[in-house]
Design a protein around this ligand. Structure first.
Ligand SMILES: Cc1cc2nc3c(=O)[nH]c(=O)nc-3n(C[C@H](O)[C@H](O)[C@H](O)COP(=O)(O)O)c2cc1C
Length: 192
């Protein structure tokens, strides 16, 4: 059976540092034999969670007419997700957070109905990739909590992270090269 990896780009900048790191991780996963797909949230039609609480009983979202349907079905199918978002105001981007909030229905399934989401399969894995302008490593902390909560809600194992800080650095190139290599290795290691 083919292993499937979904890359989700949460950056509105489709060819920036975060995008490059995501592609490196997907390349690593492909080298390890996985079938890969990249979704770009900024090009998708996604609505925010309206807190209608209907998923409290059904464990599914009542909003059926946007591109979350694609993401819902992939979450239930793939073996790993690589979520890539830069840091915007100490957190993930609005596009990323909107997608995460719409996964409250998985949280209900997992923690209220107490059903495993990956039933009958090996537990899927989640890798987090992020970039930030600040040189301080602490800048990634709040987003790390958000993304760990996301992977827990969709019942994925948090398998690691690759961070590239101080992207404003005029001498970024060698550190970026190192981060690209780390991302490629992390993508490969998802199935080691
Ligand atoms: C709206 C906005 C908010 C940002 N907030 C932060 C921040 O809180 N901390 C930080 O270190 N960098 C912040 N940045 C800088 C980005 O994280 C940084 O430029 C990153 O490299 C962008 O990702 P990219 O290189 O993939 O485009 C912000 C950038 C934007 C546009």
């Amino acid at each position: 059976m083919v292993t499937k990896v979904l890359g989700i780009l949460g950056s509105p900048c489709l060819r920036g540092n975060t995008s490059d790191l995501l592609d490196a991780a997907l390349r690593g996963a492909a080298e390890a034999g996985a079938e890969t797909e990249r979704l770009e949230l900024a090009r998708m039609s996604l609505r925010p969670c309206m807190e209608c609480r209907k998923c409290d009983s059904g464990a599914s979202c009542v909003q059926k007419k946007d591109d979350m349907q694609v993401i819902y079905s992939r979450i239930r199918q793939v073996d790993a997700i690589i979520l890539a978002s830069p840091i915007f105001f100490m957190s993930v981007t609005a596009q990323t957070k909107q997608m995460i909030d719409r996964c409250q229905c998985f949280w209900v399934q997992r923690y209220v109905l107490k059903q495993r989401i990956y039933e009958g399969r090996v537990r899927p894995k989640g890798l987090f990739i992020s970039c930030a302008g600040s040189p301080k490593p602490v800048v990634f902390e709040p987003a790390r909590h958000v993304v760990k909560a996301f992977f827990a809600a969709i019942d994925y194992e948090y398998a690691g992270e690759v961070f590239l800080g101080y992207t404003d650095d005029p001498a970024l190139a060698p550190r970026k090269q190192t981060a690209l290599e780390q991302a490629e290795t992390a993508g490969k290691m998802l199935f080691s």
